[in-house]
Design a protein around this ligand. Structure first.
Ligand code: TLP
Length: 346
């Protein structure tokens, strides 16, 4: 099977497994796990923030950020198809008791003027705007990079109204690899950031949230409340450190593979690549084949390629460390075969 469902599917490398085996550990709830402490220090440095916290997942990181920044009854501004809004099981309502106000972006980027217009004024009827969230890269926009200039303009608005900005940077290193901008060129325009080590970077588990010291202190308490205070967690922090320090530059390979895949698919009749393929995600519209997304995914599985639905007629294909160019070529052949079979039916 060639698995293009997600970059979350990557398995730990040999170096990660060895690092896990050799990890020096302690009880992290006591602050005594040297491997976690080192990872948090290194992550804060890399991300240009005062402090960082190791958390179990991207979702947990985002939720802890919302819980720490906001009060129940706040309103948060976020992109209409952002992961926090679309894919986190309504957690911001269920856990933080905040309501969402969505802003439709273009290629994942929200217009700062739309943000400014949505910020609530002083009125007893209104909720307070507690947080602005940016997602970079933007998953449902097909891994689109939100440029630092857009983040800067949003951050400028946010600062004018004294509202914090959180970045869901689950794939922020993909934005770095795609643009050549440094990670700090992105993170300078936010108060807090969440990055995933378990996607294209290949760690088995874990995300980081980074931000000001006092924020991370409060976030640590929220992590504990959520049952995310782990014990000898150096076992997973060690492979996470390998992901953070050794796996970021190779993301360009995934991007090359995604572009190659998209270029091949563009030659196929009745199948359309709908995203700009900035990074490691290719989104295709399969409706021209007279199939819905679910039917396409099933038919492609029969041919040895796994993909995921991304709406009624859209399918997402994601490249990552565990698929190489030959796998992509095989996937292209399988899709070609499927397209030909479908075209034969007209
Ligand atoms: N995204 C997953 C699914 O949840 C959709 C995927 O396969 O792409 N932020 C962004 C932008 C994400 O894409 C994801 C995962 C998360 C946060 C959550 O990370 P985890 O899965 O570690 O909770």
């Amino acid at each position: 099977m060639i698995d293009l469902r997600s970059d979350t599917l990557t398995k730990p490398t040999e170096e990660m497994r060895k690092a896990a085996y050799a990890a020096d550990v302690g009880d992290d709830v006591y602050g005594e796990d040297p491997t976690v402490n080192l990872l948090e220090k290194k992550a804060a440095e890399i991300l240009g923030k005062e402090a960082a916290l190791f958390v179990t997942s991207g979702t947990q990181g985002n939720q802890i950020a919302v819980l720490t920044h906001c009060q129940p009854g706040n309103e948060i501004l976020l992109e209409a198809e952002s992961h926090i809004f679309f894919y986190e099981s309504g957690a911001v309502a269920a856990l933080a008791g905040v309501q969402t106000r969505t802003i439709s972006g273009e290629n994942g980027a929200m217009n700062p003027l739309h943000i400014e217009a949505a910020i609530r004024g002083e009125d007893q009827h209104f909720p307070e705007t507690g947080l602005i969230c940016i997602e970079n890269t933007h998953n449902r926009a097909g891994g689109a990079v939100v440029p630092p200039s857009n983040m800067r303009d949003i951050y400028t608005v946010a600062q004018k109204y004294n509202i914090p900005v959180h970045v869901d940077g689950a794939r922020l290193f993909n934005a770095v690899a795609s643009t050549g901008h440094s990670i700090k060129e992105f993170t300078q325009y936010c108060d807090t950031v969440q990055i995933c080590l378990s996607k294209g970077l290949g760690a088995p588990v874990g995300s980081i949230i980074a931000g000001p010291k006092d924020f991370i202190k409060k976030a640590r308490k929220w992590r504990k409340r959520l049952g995310g205070g782990l014990r000898q967690v150096g076992i997973i922090a060690a492979p996470a450190m390998v992901a953070l320090t050794k796996m970021t530059e190779r993301l360009t390979e995934d991007h090359d593979n995604a572009r190659f895949l998209a270029e091949c698919l563009k030659n196929f009749e009745r199948l359309e690549v709908v995203n700009s393929v900035d990074t490691n995600i290719v989104v295709i519209d399969v409706s021209g084949l007279n199939l819905n997304a679910g039917e396409f995914v099933e038919a492609l599985k029969e041919k040895g390629v796994l993909s995921v639905t991304f709406g009624d007629i859209l399918v997402r294909l994601t490249t990552h460390y565990d698929v190489n160019r030959r796998d992509i070529q095989k996937a292209v052949s399988a899709i070609h075969e499927l397209v030909n079979e479908r075209n034969g039916r007209y």
